[in-house]
Design a binder for this molecule. Structure first.
Ligand SMILES: [Zn+2]
Length: 278
């Protein structure tokens, strides 16, 4: 059985984590020292309280440049790497972008903020309509569990994974591109659902992962099969950034090899001259 997951929403102004009112990514507020909340929700509450005499910003008419959509095909394993880094001298441990979450305390808020700027909220794709109240500690606990399950799916029972899927995903019928057929897919309601969907796929469809083609400065991974139900083109890099970095690196190696060869030829030539001189 191949488990398919539908793509997280990402189009236009509904891009995850984007606050169209203020034309920027959602500002996180850590309420009561630990509850993750968003200023866009505060704004919505104000809107409900204000009388109709007040002019409020029009959410549909905003424009703004969105940042690149982040890489997410290994998100579950990427979270696992916070606690279990690669044993690789090229990528030192504890340089994980979310590494501070291990420290806890005040550092948690910073990690949550960083994640929201890149991906949006972790427990809902829509902080306005389906807000789920979670503390920074809830984030850490869920990330840790996801990370453990991602790197070793045998740690969690089928029932446990089922429960997670029931909380964070919906079953959905999606039509195949050509023809009247439809497939049953997992529709994630949040990044948490996305991660548990990937875990289910890894466990039951034996998906494997390979390091991004730019392992010197990147710890992301590429799945052996895309989660969207069709094979697609084989991917070597997690992003264009890594593709360009790797190309530049190869170019540098080539050039230094060329310089070395030239140097060797010159040395040989001068050695020969010296021999003749003697
Ligand atoms: Zn990469």
């Amino acid at each position: 059985m191949a488990i398919s997951i539908s793509r997280p929403p990402s189009s236009g102004k509904n891009v995850l984590g984007f606050d169209a009112i203020n034309d920027r990514f959602n500002e996180v507020h850590i309420r009561e020292g630990e509850v993750v909340d968003y200023d866009i929700r505060v704004h919505e509450l104000m809107k409900a309280e204000l009388s109709s005499a007040h002019v409020l910003p029009d959410i549909t008419n905003q424009t703004g440049v969105l940042s690149d959509y982040p890489y997410y095909l290994d998100l579950h394993r990427h979270l696992g790497r916070i606690w279990q880094p690669f044993d690789d001298p090229e990528s030192p441990p504890f340089n994980h972008e979310y590494g501070q979450i291990v420290v806890g305390g005040l550092a948690l808020a910073g990690v949550v903020k960083l994640f929201v700027e890149q991906y949006g909220d972790f427990f809902t794709f829509d902080v306005r309509k389906q807000y789920r109240e979670k503390t920074t500690e809830d984030w850490r606990t869920e990330w840790r569990e996801i990370g453990q399950a991602a790197l070793d799916p045998s740690l969690f029972s089928d029932e446990y994974i089922n429960d997670k899927l029931a909380i964070f995903t919906n079953p959905a019928l999606e039509r195949n591109q050509a023809g009247p057929n439809a497939s049953l897919v997992l529709r994630p309601l949040s990044w948490a659902g996305w991660c548990w969907g990937l875990i289910a796929r890894d466990k039951y469809d034996s998906i494997t992962y390979k390091r991004c083609g730019n392992p010197r400065s990147c710890i992301r991974e590429i799945p052996s099969m895309l989660p969207f139900g069709k094979s697609g083109r084989k991917q070597r890099f997690c992003s264009n950034r890594c593709k360009i970095a790797e190309r530049a690196h190869r170019q540098k190696i080539k050039e230094s090899a060329k310089t070395d060869t030239l140097k060797a030829i010159k040395n040989r030539q001068s050695a020969n001259l010296n021999c003749r001189g003697n």
